[in-house]
Design a protein around this ligand. Structure first.
Ligand code: ARG
Length: 566
């Protein structure tokens, strides 16, 4: 696509004002409204060098620059030189690029095949997969898709919480009170019950804690009974989790969880020891991080069993060896900020310069309208239930709005679950947000259903207009302000995707496609399409086609479907 900003920079450069292209670029701004141009060159900072008032510099500069083919006009307003992009050139480049690139439009090759690992979701085995997990799951999946789109060789990793002292508890509890059949019938709830019961009993009888410790140690030492129980619990839990992943249409390249690293830790601990990092403290082995203003990283407990941080360190070293990653990304709640800072610091202290490539991508909390989520208070809201409810409510809405629609159930799934994903990715990830049913499922406003509906509207227009891609369309016929605004937003889609990539922030895409949908509907309401005379109709249908393509690509990057009818 033509890079109009670059063209503007070139023109200024050619005027020979003694600035390099890079210097010029830093002075380019995007004006707040289009009546002030698409790009503005600000002359304030030149006043000193030129010993002239910025207004005067701008005025003289304008006289030196010829607008050329890419700009309609170049104007001086105060200290600014404003560049107005040629509408024909804009439309031409957008249409040609989308026609050529189709669903690749918006991508770049910044990845260059480099390896990026995106670790996300990573729920704890035998615990409910609850609404709190939606964020890592959906944000991570979207980042995975975005990196792939940008030409990175990307892997989706699920670092399952399938290890740790809680398995000691579970094994001990199961051996006391468990029943295989009951658990198979409703694994997560029954395992949770066992877990809760164990904790309650342990408050009365402390010896249970020792028992749990014993069984975790046995698990680490590969006791057959312990391993068998652990494997079974892992399998049935994963089966439950996969139901949710299937609904969300999410897959992983690896489920190597914490347990996978259990036998890799000895070596890592020995390495830390050899590098003089370990210290004893109250019976435990730690890495002192006081000089970095952090509490110590716990490497080994007093009973010899290993810890969460140690497993993360072992995992990162394994991943570096196994994947030789360019970036190793962790999509994990901001509650774990300290944990990540600590163990990444330990990696650095071990002398690994790739510590800087281990990147924690934090996000804020989700709460429900009627109060905060709390597993402890038993207010567990299962993700599966939320997704099912969204599908059900959407089905009711569809039945009302479009009773004749075929495959209503399928569409309700795509829209209902899409609504949840969209809502999740609409806010910048670091913000806490309150989950609202009404807001999420509405077909109006900044929602998933609204964007999907716009996509379906575009599809139906193309179908009714019997649209086919043509070699030539007279795009100069598109002059209406609403048409141009839509085209401008399509032009800026690649930039939005790039921003999302570099800032690890899918919301840039979410918000951009909402803007495209709004602009599309404005265009749809103000410009007759199917009833326009033939050439104009062709040009407008081409705009519909381009809009549909970009919305669909944007939705796909968020992990959403784009039904053609709804
Ligand atoms: N299983 C953990 C939890 O549910 C999240 C794991 C995050 N990833 C990691 N590498 N520590 O809290």
């Amino acid at each position: 696509m033509t890079d109009f900003k670059k063209e503007a920079i070139d023109l200024i450069f050619q005027a020979e004002i003694g600035l390099s292209k890079d210097e010029i670029e830093t002075l380019i701004e995007i004006p707040p409204t289009y009546d002030m141009g698409d790009y503005a060159f600000a002359c304030f900072r030149l006043a000193k060098t030129f010993r002239k008032a910025p207004n005067l510099i701008a005025e003289e500069l304008v006289n030196k620059i010829d607008a050329g083919q890419y700009f309609e006009k170049i104007e001086n307003v105060g200290p600014y030189v404003n560049f107005f992009v040629s509408r024909n050139k804009l439309t031409e480049t957008v249409f040609n690029s989308i026609k050529a690139e189709k669903d690749k439009f918006g991508s770049t090759d910044v990845g260059g095949g480099r390896k990026v690992l995106v670790e996300f979701s990573s729920p704890n085995i035998a615990k409910p997969f609850h609404i709190g997990h939606i964020r890592t799951t959906v944000i991570g999946n979207s980042l995975y898709k975005i990196f792939k789109f940008q030409g990175f060789d990307t892997e989706a990793l699920n670092h399952l919480g399938d290890y740790g002292t809680q398995f000691g508890m579970l094994i001990a509890a199961y051996r006391k009170w468990g029943d295989a059949e009951t658990i198979e019938a409703d694994p997560i709830n029954e395992l949770l019950k066992l877990y809760v019961k164990f904790n309650a009993e342990a408050e009365k009888d402390e010896s249970l804690i020792d028992e749990a410790r014993y069984w975790f140690k046995e698990l680490e030492d590969k006791n057959e009974e312990a391993i068998e129980l652990w494997q079974w619990i892992r399998d049935i839990s994963l089966k439950e989790f996969n139901k949710v992943y299937d609904m969300l249409n999410i897959g992983f390249d690896s489920y190597a969880g914490e347990s996978f690293y259990s036998d890799k830790m000895k070596e890592v601990i020995a390495e830390m020891e050899a590098k003089g990092l370990l210290r004893e403290s109250e019976g435990a082995i730690i890495v002192d991080l006081e000089s970095y203003d952090m509490p110590p990283a716990l490497i080994k407990k007093s009973d010899g069993s290993s810890l969460y941080a140690t497993r993360d360190i072992a995992a990162a070293i394994y991943r570096k060896e196994h994947y030789d990653f360019y970036k190793n990304i962790y999509v994990v709640a901001s509650e774990q900020n300290l944990h990540f800072k600590q163990w990444i610091k330990v990696i650095e202290l071990m002398g690994y310069d790739w510590a800087k490539d281990c990147i924690h991508i934090p996000f804020g909390m989700v709460s429900l309208e009627d109060g905060a989520l709390s597993t402890r208070k038993g207010r567990v809201v299962f993700l599966e239930d939320v997704l099912n409810k969204a599908v059900e409510s959407t089905l009711n809405i569809i039945k009302e709005r479009n009773p004749n629609l075929e495959n209503k159930e399928e569409v309700a799934k795509q829209v209902g679950i899409g609504a949840i994903i969209f809502q999740e990715l609409f806010n910048s990830r670091i913000k806490d947000y309150v989950f609202s049913w009404d807001k999420t499922l509405s077909f109006e406003g900044e929602t998933g259903p609204y964007v999907q509906y716009t996509h379906a509207r575009a599809s139906s227009l193309l179908e009714k207009g019997e649209f086919k891609l043509k070699d030539k369309v007279d795009y100069t016929l598109l002059k209406d302000e609403d048409e141009i605004n839509l085209i401008r937003l399509l032009y800026k889609f690649p930039e939005a995707v790039l921003d999302a990539t570099y800032k690890y922030e899918p919301s840039f895409i979410t918000r951009h496609i909402v803007e495209i949908a709004k602009a599309f509907n404005k265009f749809y309401n103000s410009c007759p399409i199917l009833s326009a005379e033939e050439d104009l109709k062709e040009a407008r249908l081409m705009l519909v086609y381009c809009s549909k393509m970009v919305i669909k690509t944007g939705l796909a990057l968020l992990g959403m479907e784009a039904p053609n009818k709804m």
